[in-house]
Ligand binder design. Structure first.
Ligand code: 13P
Ligand code: SF4
Length: 304
C-alpha cells in the first residue's frame, strides 16, 4: 500500500470503529494528516477531555496516552506504538519524589505533564510548557517543588519572581543537548533568521532566543510573524510542519540533534495495525491511579 492508500484505509477504519485519533505536533506529517486533533501537550489534554468517540488512539508518547485515559476512563485508549516512551517522564518515580516531599513538607508539587500516571498521583498540579507560567502564577502557594525538568523550571522561576521554586536535576535529553555553539553556528548560517526556542533547552540557549515558547507557541509565533526566516529550537519535525504551512517563509532546525526517537517511532503502519487490532497497546490503569492522578490534571485545566 502506498501512503495515500494507507491513509484512506485509516480514515475508513477510524470511522467504522468509532476511533478519535490524537497526534502530538512532533509526529510525522502523514500522521498529522489523518488525525482528528493535533497540537502540543496542553491542547491534546483539553481535546482528549472533550472527545465523543468510544475509542481514542494516541500518536505520541506513553504519558500522553495515559493522560487521555485519566481524563476519559470510560473510553478505550490505545498508544499506537508501545515502545514510544519519554526519557524525561521515566527519570523520576513515585518512591523517589515521595522521599523528596518529606524534605519539603510545605511545598506544592508542580509536575510537568511529562511524568508517569503513577507519579502524578502524589503531585498537586500538572503543567505543560505552554501553561506553566500562568498556572504557577495562579497558584496560592509560594513554595513550589517543580519536577522533573530543571530547564523549564528555571524558565518558570524567572517569569514568576514572587514564587520560591525548588528544582531537581531532570530534563529532556533531546532539548538539553543543544549548545550555545549550535545557536552561534545556526545564526552565522542564517543571519536574518529569528531564533525560536522551547523552554526545555538550557538557560544559556534560552537566553539567546528571540522567542521562547511551547511547541504551539513557536508555531503560532512563526505563522503570525512578518519575518521570513526562522531557526527552530525544538524537535526537528516542527520546522518541517511550519514549512508545509508557510511556504513563503524558510524554517531551519536549530540542530539536527533535536530528534526525539520516541516521538518518531510511530509510523502510519503502526496506526493501521492498531486500528486492525494487530498492534498498539491498550492503556490500562487501575481506578485508584486514575482518581488520584486526575486531581492534578483537573487542577491544570482549572488554573490554565
Ligand atoms: P509541548 O508541551 O510543547 O507539547 O512539549 C511536549 C514535549 O514532549 C516537549 O519535548
Ligand atoms: Fe520526552 Fe524530550 Fe521526547 Fe518530549 S522531546 S517526548 S520531553 S524525550
Amino acid at each position: 500500500m502506498n501512503i495515500n492508500e494507507m491513509q484512506k484505509k485509516i480514515l475508513e477504519l477510524k470511522k467504522e470503529k468509532d476511533v478519535c485519533i490524537l497526534a502530538h505536533s512532533y509526529q510525522a506529517h502523514e500522521i498529522l494528516e489523518i488525525a482528528d486533533f493535533t497540537g502540543d501537550s496542553y491542547k491534546l489534554s483539553v481535546d482528549a477531555s472533550k472527545v465523543q468517540n468510544k475509542n481514542i488512539l494516541m500518536c505520541g508518547v506513553r504519558f500522553m496516552a495515559e493522560t487521555c485515559k485519566i481524563l476519559s476512563p470510560e473510553k478505550t485508549v490505545y498508544l499506537a506504538q508501545p515502545i514510544a516512551g519519554c526519557e524525561m517522564a521515566d527519570q523520576m518515580g513515585k518512591e523517589y519524589i515521595s522521599e523528596v516531599k518529606k524534605e519539603y513538607p510545605d511545598y506544592a508539587v508542580v509536575a510537568y505533564i511529562n511524568t508517569t500516571a503513577d507519579l502524578k498521583t502524589i503531585c498537586d498540579v500538572c503543567v505543560t510548557s505552554s501553561s506553566a507560567v500562568k498556572i504557577v502564577n495562579n497558584m496560592d502557594n509560594k513554595n513550589i517543588l517543580f519536577i522533573p525538568d530543571c530547564n523549564l523550571g528555571s524558565y518558570v522561576a524567572k517569569q514568576c519572581p514572587d514564587k520560591n521554586i525548588k528544582l531537581l536535576k531532570g530534563g529532556c535529553p533531546v532539548h538539553a543537548c543543544v549548545t550555545t555553539e549550535d545557536v552561534k553556528k545556526a545564526k552565522e548560517m542564517h543571519p536574518n533568521a529569528e531564533i525560536l526556542v522551547h523552554p526545555e533547552c538550557t538557560a544559556e540557549v534560552v537566553a539567546m532566543a528571540d522567542y521562547i515558547g511551547s511547541t504551539s507557541g513557536i508555531m503560532d509565533y512563526a505563522k503570525a510573524s512578518d519575518k521570513k526566516e526562522f531557526i527552530i529550537g525544538t524537535e526537528i519535525s516542527i520546522a518541517e510542519h511550519l514549512q508545509y504551512e508557510c511556504p513563503d517563509k524558510n524554517f531551519y532546525p536549530l540542530s539536527l540533534k533535536l530528534l526525539c526517537s520516541n516521538m518518531k517511532s510511530t509510523t502510519l503502519v503502526d496506526v493501521l495495525n492498531c486500528l486492525e487490532g494487530k498492534g498498539g497497546e491498550e492503556i490500562i490503569l487501575d481506578d485508584q491511579t486514575i482518581n488520584d492522578a486526575k486531581k492534578c490534571i483537573d487542577e491544570m485545566i482549572r488554573l490554565g
